[in-house]
Design a protein around this ligand. Structure first.
Ligand SMILES: Cc1cc2nc3c(=O)[nH]c(=O)nc-3n(C[C@H](O)[C@H](O)[C@H](O)COP(=O)(O)O)c2cc1C
Length: 165
């Protein structure tokens, strides 16, 4: 799903897209001593993660829906940092079974509020994601999803431009 969104972003926007694959990044459970708000990061994996998030003009949190909410690795990756998130326009990309991932995305809203990240609409969900997967695990998204993804990307671009003005 994230790769399909990355393709749309590369095709349809001027964003220099950095897909942060949490499986590849493989952060441990939060293991810094100080509160992230202190910005006193000591560990190499935190410093690297902070640099990556800091470099972004806009963020998209992407998550499957598990048991009515978002995935644990995403929350862990969010909690590592603080100032690097604050104020950045945030898109929400989610997928699931019959829920389409909507509950997962909505459960991220209070976290965005704490980090003062404006949630940019629309939320982009995907119903019965696994049913549309190709044999090689790639996704050929529906036209409806592609349209929603484009709308989110356009709104994110507008939001970044507004922030820069
Ligand atoms: C532990 C677990 C819990 C799930 N809970 C939900 C759920 O609450 N609502 C829903 O619509 N789908 C649920 N699903 C279905 C997943 O969202 C769906 O299989 C999705 O494709 C998983 O994405 P992934 O392949 O990236 O892990 C759940 C799947 C798993 C493995």
């Amino acid at each position: 799903m994230s790769r399909a969104f990355e393709s749309r972003a590369n095709e349809a926007t001027d964003f220099d897209v950095d897909l942060a694959d949490l499986k590849e990044i493989n952060l441990p459970f939060l293991d810094e001593l100080d509160h992230p708000r202190a910005g006193n990061y000591r560990l190499p994996h935190t410093l690297e993660w902070a640099k990556r998030v800091e470099a972004a003009d806009a963020i998209v949190w992407a998550t499957p829906q598990y048991n009515g909410s978002f995935s644990a690795p995403l929350k862990n990756a969010i909690d590592f940092l603080s100032a690097e998130w604050v104020g950045k326009p945030l898109g929400l990309l989610s997928w699931g079974g019959k829920s389409g991932g909507l509950d997962a995305a909505n459960a991220l809203r209070p976290i965005a509020a704490v980090l003062q990240m404006p949630v940019i609409e629309p939320i982009v969900g995907y119903v019965n994601y696994f049913a549309d997967l190709n044999d090689d695990g790639t996704l050929t998204p529906t036209a409806e999803w592609t349209e929603a993804a484009k709308r989110l990307l356009t709104s994110l671009e507008e939001s970044v431009e507004k922030n820069a003005a």
